[in-house]
Design a protein around this ligand. Structure first.
Ligand code: NAD
Length: 385
């Protein structure tokens, strides 16, 4: 009997992505897997059930999906009702945010569920690049953030000379040159803006230049290269120096797009209320880092758009990848299928904990939390893990 892999319908508010798209089915069936799709799973991404059937999947009701699947594929972590449907021996794969919700991991472990999280992939391992959902989704986000900025800005992005006059190009500043920032630079350049960009990892300067942006070099040189390709948090002194210099740069921008993150911490504050007060009316800030933890802009409110007294619009969009569900699902489907196939042998899930990707992404297994990072979070304060 082939192993059954189920594709869940997402239930988080505003989530329009789906974990698998019909085009991605072939690789799974070729590996001897049978694919079940929860009815309506593709609705948000405008993928009809019939398209999944045509690609070889069976479309089933929710009860049947959870009863029959050995592995459930999803985008977001399961919500309460979905958690209670999962059973011992079953595996669930998705962007489970284990470090933000260690309690859920403990619940899944207690229920005997194997939880596998795409956000724990070792991102510098080149073999794992096709599985890197953080990158594929950040890419969509960086692109969409620029479109939102352009749509909100009341002027042209490109230089335009017409019989009715000349439009000056927009000055766009991208703060944080990771995956999202690089895509934002490319997209803003394609729209004709004059783009500058800044990051605390010096290696990003060349990447920004190669995409046609100017790298903002502060007088106070800061190298905050951390581990795994990420940035480390700045010291209070570095942060103060950065803020003072950035305030000046920000005042000359029409559009600022912020994408800066430091793993496991709240996002760094890069655009202060004072910097916003210095911006011209009509300027736009899109804060991609904004969440309940705060954002890169002091004034942004997650999920909201506000206009300040001095006429600056600050957009803090929620879940940008979900606003382009067809593309984000297409890329995500590739990521999750690659990850799954990496763990399948002879048509069945075969976890090899010596293998790097398995070791990093399997969070719970055999009734226990196995990921060290999550175990640490669950250990009683002061107690041994
Ligand atoms: P991220 O979302 O964690 O952060 C976004 C950017 O914010 C980073 O470039 C970071 O340096 C920057 N940042 C942090 N604090 C800042 C501050 N105070 N001021 C300005 N900028 C600040 O990062 P990400 O986009 O997920 O990826 C980060 C890195 O990992 C990139 O270099 C990326 O290329 C690398 N990466 C490598 C691989 C690979 O090798 N296969 C895969 C994915 C990502």
């Amino acid at each position: 009997m082939p192993m059954k892999v189920g594709v869940a319908r997402e239930t988080t508010a505003g989530e329009r992505r789906v974990a698998l798209v019909p085009e991605a089915l072939g690789k799974l069936t070729a590996a001897g897997l049978e694919v079940l799709v929860e009815a309506g799973a593709g609705d948000g991404a405008m993928i009809p059930d019939q398209a999944f059937k045509d690609a070889g999947a069976s479309v089933v009701a929710t009860d049947e999906l959870y009863a029959q699947s050995a592995v459930i594929l999803r985008v977001q972590k399961p919500a309460g009702a979905e958690v209670s449907r999962l059973r011992s021996g079953q595996a669930v794969v998705g962007l489970l945010s284990p470090l933000l919700d260690a309690a859920l991991m403990q619940t899944l472990a207690g229920a005997g569920v194997t939880a596998i999280s795409l956000d724990a992939i070792p991102r510098t391992l080149s073999r794992a690049q096709t599985m890197d959902a953080l990158s594929s989704q950040a890419n969509v986000g960086g692109y969409k953030a620029v479109l939102i900025a352009a749509n909100t800005y009341g002027r042209y992005f490109p230089l335009l000379t017409t019989a009715a006059g000349t439009a000056k190009p927009a000055n766009v500043l991208i703060l944080g040159i990771g995956v999202a920032g690089l895509q934002a630079i490319g997209t803003a350049r394609r729209l004709g803006a004059v783009v500058s960009a800044y990051d605390v990892r010096p290696e990003t300067a060349e990447q920004a230049l190669s995409l046609g942006a100017k790298f903002v070099k502060l007088k106070t040189s800061i190298d905050a290269t951390g581990s795994g390709g990420y940035a480390r948090a700045l010291t209070p002194e570095e942060q103060a120096a950065q803020q003072a210099e950035l305030n000046e740069v920000i005042g000359n921008q029409d559009v600022v797009i912020t994408t800066a993150q430091v793993p496991g911490r709240k996002p760094p504050l890069l655009v202060t209320a004072a910097a916003v007060a210095n911006m011209r009316p009509g300027s736009v800030i899109v804060d991609m880092a904004a969440s309940a933890l705060g954002g890169n802009c002091e004034l942004s409110r997650a999920g909201e758009t506000i206009v300040t007294d001095n006429g600056v619009t600050i957009v803090a969009p929620d879940n940008l990848p979900a606003s382009m569900p067809a593309s984000s699902s297409q890329f995500y489907a590739r990521n999750i299928s690659s990850l799954l196939l990496n763990m399948v042998k002879d048509g069945a899930l075969a976890l090899d904990f010596e293998e790097e990707v398995t070791k990093a992404t399997v969070i719970t297994h055999g009734g226990a939390v196995v990921a060290e990072s999550v175990k640490k979070l669950l250990a009683p304060a002061g107690g041994a893990a």
